[in-house]
Ligand binder design. Structure first.
Ligand code: GLC
Length: 574
């Protein structure tokens, strides 16, 4: 058991000094010896509810993950990030936790979990858990106690106030919920059923650290830490700058509040330090230029999922879908370049998809792009930027968005919130639905497609969300057999990266940053230089002069021309 002295109180907290997270410093030329295990393999993200159902109940489970470990291994994966599998009422599909140290029976048992760790370990894969520490479920015993009165032992474990502010929750509606029992409002950054914890209370922090240590002691390989930017609230609770409807997104008033890093440094010291694990935190609104404070030798995490490149279509971190603007390639590239620069001396989690984002073949390419080429093009970037690639289930098969034809067909709580917001802003039902179809989190949550059998082999029962209509052609079984499939292209990219010192450690530089057609960047180590080129248009584009005549190593078109075809992606040796 790795217990440390816990220093109570905010005064003590700010006075502490901290060491390097795990003693690693990654310079662009980091040698193979200096590299940590999670830097040279990719991470595979699993949304267990949609992965594989072994009982016929319509939702996936841990035994389903165990059953597919060889498949996951075949992708070159070093770690699996599991989205939450703890006991939960599932209002937000597990991100509303009612018990931090128990597995929800819908996913299986603690024994299944231990078996998963052991079976994964036998394949040199570690299991990474999702820590949801900004909030709990309203069914958590802590909240039930907290709401019962104003003077119980957990009375201030959550954020209680007599008066609400104009803050809007991230899923829509007021961020304050009236509680009859206590005759007060509680704050919920996300759904009403997800009350925010009060991190100012040292007992809350202690309980959270204990839960994380419980999983570390069972052998997990690290954590993805959810919505961490919201844990520190401002000292004064006042209305924020109002939107047209008078409300202000809670994101705009509470994200990355000064002082948050003091909490996080303590978290690191109490839980992460001295362990052979990695941490990657979700941090919407941390800007690339602030990354050095958050990651690496001076920071608190090993990696940070900041949102700058996946949110280029939004003006703010508050992500109002119907206010999205078209993506400008130069802005997308600038965001990636800024993150690559800011993590030059640390490390970056490369991602384009997860359980909250639309599928990249729809998200980043113009309408009419060939989906298979687009999936391979995105993968080419994913595996050749500097950092650890995070592959989200189905991304390696080229999954596309699934548009449902009525708002009632959507399960995702944020889709319904965004729909209501759009309607309140005067959009018609059809217009509001169009934005949901484009951005809904359900796009990424449709069941995994394993084969051509009923329900794509995901379940023998009724799937909790419809299987995508393209499952007969886009599934593991079919793609295994096709040497030109997206799946086999992923494997080639993974092999290329894992065997390439340049791709693992080399320095990143962007070329032609103003181009609205091409993304071109190089990776350099010593006298070796590789260059990735992706054509984001549906027309031919001249090959940049620097690449002309260079040797092509891999691409989504078999042959090489002196121009780039629609959606063409290629890696060259310069
Ligand atoms: C994170 C999760 C998302 C969840 C939210 C609230 O953004 O990725 O799925 O709904 O936090 O926990």
């Amino acid at each position: 058991m790795n217990r440390r002295t816990f220093i109570k109180g905010a005064m003590a907290l700010t006075a502490l000094t901290f060491t390097n997270p795990t003693g690693f410093i990654c310079t662009p030329t980091a040698s193979a010896e200096a590299r940590r295990w999670w830097q040279s393999k990719e991470v595979y993200q699993i949304y267990p509810k949609s992965f594989l159902d072994t009982t016929g109940k319509g939702t996936g489970d841990l035994r389903g993950v165990i059953r597919k470990l060889d498949y996951i291994k075949s992708l070159g994966v070093g770690a699996i990030w599991l989205t939450p599998v703890y006991v939960s009422p599932m209002v937000d599909n597990g991100y509303d936790i009612a018990d931090y140290t128990a597995i929800d029976p819908r996913f299986g048992t603690l024994e299944d979990f231990d078996e998963l760790i052991a079976e994964a370990k036998a394949r040199d894969i570690r299991i990474v858990m999702d820590l949801v520490y900004n909030h709990t479920s309203n069914k958590h015993a802590w909240f039930i106690e907290s709401k019962a009165s104003r003077d119980n032992p957990k009375a201030d474990w959550y954020i209680w106030r007599d008066e609400p502010t104009n803050w809007r929750s991230i899923f829509g509606g007021s961020a304050w919920q009236w509680c009859e029992e206590r005759q007060q409002y509680y704050l919920h950054t996300f759904a009403t059923a997800q009350p925010d914890l009060n991190w100012e209370n040292p007992d809350v922090r202690r309980a959270l650290y204990d839960a994380a240590n419980f999983w570390l002691d069972r052998g997990v390989g690290g954590f993805r830490i959810d919505a961490i930017v919201y844990i520190k609230k401002p000292s004064v609770f006042a209305d924020g700058a109002p939107d047209s409807d008078g409300t202000c997104s809670v994101h705009n008033v509470t994200a990355a509040t000064p002082g948050i890093l003091d909490f996080l440094r303590e978290f690191k010291r109490e839980v992460f330090d001295g362990r052979d694990i990695f941490t990657v935190a979700e941090a919407n609104s941390v800007k690339p230029e602030d990354l050095p404070e958050w990651v690496g030798s001076q920071g608190v995490f090993d990696m940070l999922f900041e949102f700058s490149h996946v949110n280029v279509m939004f003006n703010n971190g508050d992500e109002v879908w119907h206010r999205a603007k078209p993506i400008k390639l130069s802005e997308f590239k600038a965001a990636l370049t800024a993150s690559q620069r800011a993590t030059r001396d640390s490390w970056y989690p490369i991602y384009f998809e997860n359980h909250d984002k639309p599928r990249s073949v729809n998200n980043f390419f113009p309408h009419g792009s060939d989906k298979k080429l687009a999936a391979k093009a995105m993968a080419t970037i994913l595996f050749t930027l500097r950092g650890t690639p995070f592959v989200y289930q189905g991304e390696e098969l080229g999954f596309a968005n699934a548009a449902f034809d009525s708002i009632d067909a959507y399960d995702d709580i944020s889709s319904r919130g965004q729909y209501d917001l759009a309607r309140a802003d005067g959009l018609s039902d059809k217009q509001a639905l169009r934005f949901v179809q484009k951005f809904s989190r359900d796009n990424a949550r449709t069941p995994m497609q394993w084969d051509t059998s009923a329900n794509a082999g995901f379940t023998s029962g009724t799937p909790w969300l419809p299987v995508h209509a393209d499952f007969k052609t886009c599934n593991v079984e079919v793609e295994e057999r096709d040497s030109d499939s997206v799946l086999n292209f992923y494997r080639r990219l993974s092999d290329l990266r894992n065997g390439s010192a340049v791709l693992l450690g080399g320095e990143y530089a962007e070329l032609y940053p103003d181009s609205e057609e091409l993304y071109v960047f190089t990776r350099t180590l010593g006298d070796k230089k590789l260059c990735t080129v992706v054509n984001f248009t549906t027309h031919e584009v001249k090959l940049p002069a620097q690449i002309s005549g260079a040797k092509k190593i891999l691409g989504n078109y078999a042959d090489a021309k002196n121009y780039l075809r629609a959606t063409e992606a290629a890696i060259y040796e310069l």
